[in-house]
Every structure is written in structure tokens, then in C-alpha cells.
Design a protein around this ligand. Structure first.
Ligand code: 2RA
Length: 330
């Protein structure tokens, strides 16, 4: 069992290595792939060194699985090249997510939709994954009509350059390389990714479209405002959900507690609620501040936090790979 890691030197790639190691993913050969300038460099896995190879070399080695976290354009060109050579690609970019011929998978939600015919499987956007995991059991029980979400997203979602920008600003270095159009430290930027024709950003439209695709229900309406904040550790989301049917708050809590991958942290008397500093490095999606929206019927407010590099990217991709193994798809 050979596994290729495309984008091995990036933030998500490095996190994938950690997750593969922590979960003891059973492969015999690791094939790290990165851009031209990193070829020949070495990465460490379980105390062993692995040389970074080129895309062509990796394709020729015919790994059973390729985990991609190398951006949309690399994926558009190279994922099909791996797939044609017999490799199943799990892709973390947005390239294939809304392609109707490709599955968009959060294993706990719709893993069972994967079949042997799926050669390129899309990993959803980080902010979508954590929201959908909490929405799924509630949708099954009460039927969601509409979701209004506002996000507070970590700079790690942009990549190393953004983390460096924030840390430089924190040290008073103001002329370092900029990942954003504005300073991020001591600031909040209400723009994630580029704007689309309707005035929303791509990140906002991902949350709208991907949520509907993963839940498999076009009746679910979603509207989103996505915001970058000077934080590492995870993305946070304020989520307002209107259901068709009324709910009981204790039952909501129980349904969330029973949902695999979700951990409820909701004890306001002891000031316990999810925060990115606590989610950092964890695989779970943390949900708290559960309360009824008193302004209209059948509506819930909640607060969802997860490490965007973990469940929002690396962990979800590795869980898809685990699903393939467990179900003899690979
Ligand atoms: C972000 N959603 O946080 C992106 C990462 N995929 O910017």
C-alpha cells in the first residue's frame, strides 16, 4: 500500500503527516510530492527520512492513494493523471468539489456515498466541514430550512505566509511579505478569498453550495459572512439554524453528543464553551453556546469551533482514506 502526499511541504501537507502518524495509517511506502523547488528535500515521518519527488515520478510509482493539498490548478491538471494510472485521489482543493460527477465527502455525514467508481474524491472546505458535521444530526431530526452563518477564521487557513504576516506584525515588523491586502494583527478582515459577481466571496459561496451538496438536500438555504481574524488554532462559527419542526434543547444537545466527531462543550455556569486555542491540534468539532433564538420559532443559535488544518482539512482527508481501506475500495 503506497500513499502519495502531494503538497507535502505546505501547512496542510505537514498536518496530514501528523494525522497519518497519529492514526497509524497502514501504508508501506510514503511518496512526498512538492513543487519543483522542494524536489530532493527530505521530510521526516516516524523518525525516517523520505525524499520529495516530482509529480511525474509519483504518478509512475502508482500509489493506491494520493492525498492532494496543492491548490486548485495543480489538482485540475494532476489529479486526473494519477486517477488514470489507477490511483484514488483525495483532493483538498476546491477544483472538484462542485463537479456533479465527484463526491464531496465528510465521512461521518455522507461517507457511505463513496463507491469503487470514485477515482477523485473531494475534501470540502474547512469552514463547511465543521458546520455540516454539527448540522447533520439536527437536519435528520428537525429538517433545516435556513442557516445563517458568520465565521471567525484562523490565518492558518490562508497558509504559512499569512501566519508569518501576523507574527511579523506582532513583532512590529511592518514591511514583511503580506498575505492579505491589510494588516491582520489587531484587525478583522471581512473578506476570505476573492469576491464573486453577487457581492459574496468565494469562501461564502463555498459554505452555501457545499453544505447543500453534502447534506444532499437542495431545500436547505444557507447564507454566509466569512471573516478573517488574527488567530491560529481554528475557525469559529456563529450559526443560526431555522428548522421546519420544533426542537427540545436537551435533545439537541444529546443528538450532538451522539454525533461521531462532535464534542459538546456547553457549560455556561462554568464559562465553558469552544475556543480555537482549545481546538488547536484536535480532530473533533466542538459545539457550544446552544440556545434558542427567541426572535422567531424553531430556531437555534450555536457556536462551532474546529482546527481548520485538522478536521477542516488533513483529518477529514485521512478519514476518507481510512474509509476506502475499511470498505475494501482500495
Ligand atoms: C481559509 N477556507 O480559511 C480557507 C482554507 N481552505 O481561507
Amino acid at each position: 500500500m503506497k500513499i502519495a502526499l502531494v503538497g507535502a511541504t505546505g501547512l496542510v501537507g505537514s498536518e496530514m503527516l501528523k494525522v497519518l502518524e497519529a492514526r497509524n495509517f497502514p501504508f508501506t511506502e510514503l511518496i512526498p510530492v512538492a513543487s519543483e523547488k522542494s524536489i530532493g528535500k527530505e521530510i521526516m515521518y516516524k523518525g525516517k527520512k523520505y525524499k520529495v519527488v516530482s509529480m511525474d515520478q509519483a504518478i509512475a510509482m502508482r500509489p493506491e492513494i494520493a492525498l492532494f493539498s496543492a491548490g486548485g490548478s495543480t489538482s485540475l491538471i494532476n489529479a486526473p493523471r494519477f486517477a488514470e494510472n489507477g490511483t484514488i485521489v483525495i483532493d483538498n482543493s476546491s477544483a472538484w468539489r462542485m463537479d456533479p460527477t465527484k463526491k464531496l465527502v465528510v465521512p461521518e455525514v455522507n461517507g457511505s456515498s463513496i463507491t469503487r467508481d470514485d477515482k477523485i474524491i473531494a475534501n470540502p472546505n474547512c469552514s463547511t466541514i465543521q458546520m455540516v458535521l454539527a448540522l447533520k444530526p439536527l437536519h435528520d431530526k428537525y429538517k433545516i430550512k435556513r442557516v445563517v452563518v458568520s465565521t471567525y477564521q484562523s490565518v492558518t487557513g490562508t497558509g504559512v505566509k499569512a501566519v508569518d504576516q501576523m507574527m511579523n506584525e506582532r513583532k512590529g515588523i511592518v514591511d514583511g511579505p503580506m498575505a492579505y491586502a491589510y494588516p491582520i494583527d489587531l484587525n478583522v478582515i471581512p473578506q476570505i478569498d476573492v469576491f464573486t459577481d453577487n457581492g459574496y466571496t468565494k469562501e461564502e459561496m463555498k459554505m452555501v453550495n457545499e453544505t447543500v451538496k453534502i447534506l444532499g438536500d437542495s431545500n436547505v438555504k444557507v447564507t454566509a459572512t466569512t471573516v478573517r481574524i488574527p488567530v491560529i488554532g481554528g475557525h469559529s462559527e456563529s450559526v443560526n439554524v431555522e428548522f421546519e419542526n420544533d426542537f427540545d434543547l436537551n435533545e439537541v444537545k444529546r443528538l450532538l453528543e451522539e454525533m461521531p466527531g462532535v464534542e459538546v462543550v456547553d457549560d455556561i455556569e462554568n464559562l465553558k464553551y469552544p475556543m480555537p486555542k482549545d481546538a488547536h491540534g484536535k480532530d473533533e468539532v466542538f459545539v457550544g453556546r446552544l440556545r434558542r433564538d427567541e426572535s422567531q420559532p424553531n430556531t437555534l443559535n450555536m457556536w462551532i469551533v474546529a482546527d481548520n488544518l485538522r478536521k477542516g482539512a488533513a483529518t477529514n482527508a485521512v478519514q476518507i482514506a481510512e474509509y476506502l481501506l475499511k470498505n475494501n475500495i482500495v
